[in-house]
Ligand binder design. Structure first.
Ligand code: NAI
Length: 254
């Protein structure tokens, strides 16, 4: 098990899917974790589920929209006053939509860029300051990108663009934060069973196409992505920064 003792961590979009699994592994490793999301009932439930398996109440929830600067400033103030430090940040919140370029309204383009890309800049900037001031030791940011950031998917041009940008923003951030002892990496999941893909996976043909086009022949589980995210966040990855870890079951090699 990865060791996150004496670690304060934030996971955005932690109420479901990959984010919830990531928060769980961090807490099981000994971290105190702040679960961030827009829907209080969802993040409260996730925190309760995580705390149920632990002797100490390691998970707390904080309601915030990652596209809202004032919300993120409130989150930074909450962490400072409750913990004083921040060591690990997982920028996981994200969303998708389906449209061709020609049918897409500019507002839909903006919605995806704001949620998937601008939020990573905003949260890294506001919470990065706290991480810079935090005591030495393992300090890491992990941004959740996507397989679609490597290979554009059909009818998700806005999503694919935003995730490619997250991969490159990660490298820029890694360069800027290295002198503060903060490592920054991204993880690019392939298809994993979460609320984000639930609608698509209901269609037998979609699931079969994934099985056919994936070297491992199956859809991934959120914990299989979270395992890699938490590895990148841990001290076991102490010499890794500015990297992207592709966790796609072998989609790109098929
Ligand atoms: P999910 O829908 O369960 O998780 C995304 C979470 O982000 C949700 O809880 C949602 O409420 C939250 N969120 C969305 N907008 C937000 C906002 N403005 N402020 C705060 N929270 C917000 O789906 P999943 O799959 O767990 O997604 C996690 C990350 O993984 C996303 O960045 C997604 O793009 C990425 N990803 C997922 C893949 C998959 O196959 N499931 C494949 C590639 C990437």
């Amino acid at each position: 098990m990865l060791n996150f003792k004496d670690t304060v961590a934030v996971v955005t979009g932690a109420g479901s899917g990959i984010g919830k699994q990531t928060a769980k592994i961090l807490a099981q490793g000994g971290a105190r974790v702040v679960l961030v999301g827009r829907t209080l009932s969802k993040i409260n439930e996730a925190a309760e589920e995580i705390n149920n398996g632990l002797t100490e109440q390691a998970a707390v929830s904080f309601q915030a929209d990652v596209t809202n600067e004032a919300d993120i400033e409130d989150l930074a103030a909450f962490i400072k006053s409750n913990y004083g430090f921040l060591h690990v940040l997982v920028n996981n919140a994200g969303t998708s939509g389906k449209s061709t370029i020609m049918d897409m309204e500019a507002s839909e383009w903006d919605r995806i860029q704001e949620t998937n890309l601008k939020s990573v800049y905003l949260v890294s900037k506001k919470l990065g300051r706290l991480m810079m001031e935090s005591d030495a030791g393992n300090k890491a940011i992990v941004n959740v990108a996507s397989l679609s950031g490597h290979k554009a998917g059909a009818k998700i041009p806005h999503y694919s663009s935003s995730k490619a940008a997250v991969i490159n923003f990660t490298k820029a951030l890694a360069l800027e934060f290295a002198s503060y002892g903060i490592r920054v990496n991204s993880v690019s999941p392939g298809f994993a069973e979460t609320p984000l893909t639930a609608e698509g996976l209901k269609k037998k043909r979609f699931e079969e196409a994934i099985q056919r086009n994936t070297a491992l022949g199956r859809v991934g589980k959120p914990e299989e992505i979270a395992n890699v995210i938490t590895f990148a966040a841990s001290n076991e990855a102490s010499y890794m920064t500015g990297s992207d870890l592709l966790v796609d079951g072998g989609w790109l090699i098929s």
